[in-house]
Structures are given as C-alpha cells and as structure tokens.
Design a binder for this molecule. Structure first.
Ligand SMILES: [Zn+2]
Length: 416
C-alpha cells in the first residue's frame, strides 16, 4: 500500500516526464552515418532511446512527425559575445549600459542564436557579469536561449605603470602575474565557467596580432585557471601569441592566422582545440559602412580572413582539432553557423565540418557524453533541417526548421 502511494506521488510530481517520440526522415551525425526513418525518444530533458521505424515508437508515446526533415544534434558555438548588443538601424549609438538593460537586450541575441540550431554556446567575455546573469536566467527558465558557458571579464593587458592606477584589477585589466592571479580568482568567485585571456591585440576592425601577455604570463594564467578546475581560452590573432597560448596549455586558442608548419606539428600533439573564427571578419567587412570602418580597414579584414582560412586548412591537414566559433557580436547573431561553410572551403567534408560544432565542441566543453550527439543519455538537443547535411553543409546553415533544446521546442518554422 505504501509503495503504490509512493509511486502515485512521484507520477504526480513529474508531469513533464511524458515520453515523446520524434520521427525523422533521416538522422545524421558527425560520424557521417545516416539513419533512415529515425525515431528519437525523449523524456524530460534527455534522450532515452534512438531507433528506426514504427517499432521504435514506445506504446503511449506522444509522436511528433518530422519525417520531412533530417535530424542533427543541437549545435555548439564555442565563441560568442552574447551581451554585445547594438541596434543595426542605429549602429553608431552605443548599446545599453546598465546590467539589467544589457541582459534584456541580449535576450534577442539568444533567440536568434537558437534559430540557427545552436543550443549551447561558450560566451568568451562580457562586462559586469551580464553573461553570468544570462546563463542563470536561461537555466532557471525565465529567459529562452542556448545553454551558456561563460567567462565573465576577459583578462587583458593593462599597459600602464603600476603607480598610475589602483592595484586592484578592474574589468579584467591586469599588468603582471600577481594581478592575473587576483583577476582569475575574481572571475571564478563570480561564477565563471571558463577563463578568457586576450593574448594579443586584434578585435573588430583591428587585425594586428601583437602579443600582449608574455609566454610566462600565459603559462601562469593557465596554471591558475586549472588550479580552480577552470579551463582557459586564449585569444591571439598573431602567430607568436597563438604558439605561446598552445604551449601554455590552454584548452583552446582563438583566432590565430599565419601559424607556421613547425608550430602546427607541435600543436597537433597537444589536446588544444583551434577555434579559427574565420567568418566574423567577413561580418565586419560586409558591415563596414554601418560600423564606420574605412576602405583600408576592410582590405585588412579581407586579407586576414584569407590567411585565417589558409591556416585552418593547414591546421586541419596537420591533424589539429577545430571547433566552430562565430565570435558573433551585435547583429551577427543568426549567422552563428556560417563558419561551417569556411571549414568546408578549408578542405573538410560536411560531416567533418559538422563535428566542429558537435563532437569536437562537446569535447572542448568537457561534456562529450551529454552534448553533440543524438544518443541515449544525451541532452535532448535536436535540430530538424530540410535536406541532406552530409551532401551540402548549407543545409545546416540555411535550412533549420525546428529546434528542441533540453526536451523543449524552442524554434518551430515548419511550413504547414
Ligand atoms: Zn571574441
């Protein structure tokens, strides 16, 4: 009698635990395998089974017919700046300033990101812990957006003598290893999942890649981050900073172009992920007029992008693992996955390109058994695309029709 009553209480408390069977024309993943007549069974926020044909549909399950579409795993963008918001209609007007208004504006970026099939992001740098506020709001279900892993303030080098400024690092700006330690602890205490370090100049219209932190400072930063069990991503546009970041033991190196063959060979022997972010310089060049960039700057953005593409091609050939990072800011959200097209131009198959936004990215985030695959025990992060992504990567980029994140449908653009 007690057991029956207990079971009743459990059932009453878990109304969301209904079993749903999603039927797809095909299901594909980064291994290049394609399963016809796929059935994905979801309970709560998790995939419980995957099969094929009517017999894979459990009795009593709610069935969602998506047989017109192909299922791919929810995508992961490992480099965003979700809280960088500007109005495309008034691009010269700075974005909101107060913490609350930044978070509310950034909610639009979160929605546009979901529409690209991206259900998880690593957000690499934000002011005033707005990224932490967003992450927590999304996790609580009060904001709709991708699952976020965030870094708080990125650490950047403050190039002024200690005497002229207060000694407490503010806004992540640090001068030496002592301040690096303080700043990393501050991000960890605030609730950051990752540490971000800007190891070279270069951002927006500026593509100079001058190393800012020394090799030793990067090594200390990686050691301190790891002592708190936090991974570290180091930004470097230039070659020397990229090499130093890789040698420092960063989990990922962001952006570098023009890396030499000897460094790529050494890199391939490490577990460091390369996040080229080729496409964001396309965005800046295409939006130069709105952003106020001049013709010389556009030419520099274009030549950096070509060098970045060539480096990605050589890195991929050398056996280095790549992950998809858009480096999206402003109104680039909604274009998060265009990077995948550059990876195919760099010599990857569509399946290999898909891996950069699924299995490779999940490995980088330390969640290879929860993210990046459609398999039992993984989060029910599933995207319906129209067409065959193994033949044409543009199917992933342009043909997203429906998105489930953690068992909830967050985008539905199916035509009746
Ligand atoms: Zn960035």
């Amino acid at each position: 009698m007690r057991i029956v009553l207990f079971a009743f209480v459990i059932a009453a408390r878990l109304p969301a635990q209904q079993i749903t069977a999603l039927r797809f024309g095909h299901m594909v993943d980064a291994s290049g395998r394609s399963t016809p007549d796929a059935v994905i069974v979801v309970q709560g926020d998790t995939i419980v089974s995957v099969g094929s044909g009517s017999r894979a549909v459990p009795a009593g399950a709610r069935v969602v017919d998506l047989r017109r579409y192909t299922a791919i795993p929810g995508l992961i963008d490992v480099h965003t700046h979700m809280t960088y918001w500007r109005d495309k209609a008034n691009p010269s007007v700075p974005g909101p300033r107060s913490k609350d208004s930044v978070v509310m504006a950034a909610a639009a970026n979160a929605l546009k990101t979901l529409e690209t099939g991206v259900t998880t992001v690593r957000d690499l740098g934000a002011s005033n812990y707005t990224d932490i506020a967003m992450r927590d709001s999304i996790n609580k279900g009060v904001m709709i957006g991708p699952r976020m892993f965030v870094a708080g303030f990125g650490l950047s080098k403050l190039m002024v003598p200690r005497e002229t400024t207060p000694s407490v690092p503010a806004r992540g700006r640090v001068r030496d290893t002592a301040e690096i330690r303080v700043a990393i602890k501050a991000q960890v205490d605030a609730g950051a999942d990752w540490i971000k370090m800007y190891g070279s100049s270069g951002s927006f219209q500026n593509v100079t890649g001058v190393q800012t932190f020394t090799d030793d400072e990067m090594r200390v930063a990686a050691e301190v981050a790891h002592s708190y069990h936090k991974p570290i991503a180091i930004h470097s546009y230039g070659e020397s900073g990229g090499r130093a970041a890789m040698r420092a033991g960063a989990e990922s190196v962001e952006h570098p172009a023009g890396v030499d063959d000897a460094t790529l060979a050494e890199w391939a022997r490490t577990r460091t992920m390369y996040v080229p972010t080729i496409d964001h310089n396309r965005f800046y060049a295409e939006n130069a007029a709105l952003l106020g960039y001049n013709a010389k700057q556009v030419a520099e953005l274009d030549s950096f992008r070509l060098l970045n593409l060539a480096t990605a091609r050589r890195a991929n050939a050398a056996g280095i693992k790549l992950a998809m990072g858009s480096d999206a800011v402003y109104w680039m959200f909604g274009e998060n996955t265009r990077e995948l097209g550059w990876f195919v131009k760099a010599g990857m198959s569509p399946a290999q390109s898909l891996a950069t936004a699924t299995t490779n990215a999940a490995e980088l985030l330390g969640l290879p058994t929860k993210l990046g695959k459609i398999a039992p025990g993984f989060y029910a992060d599933i995207v319906a695309v129209e067409g065959d992504p193994l033949r044409d990567i543009n199917v992933v980029i342009d043909k997203v029709r429906w998105v489930m994140k953690g068992g909830l449908v967050v985008v539905d653009k199916r035509t009746p």
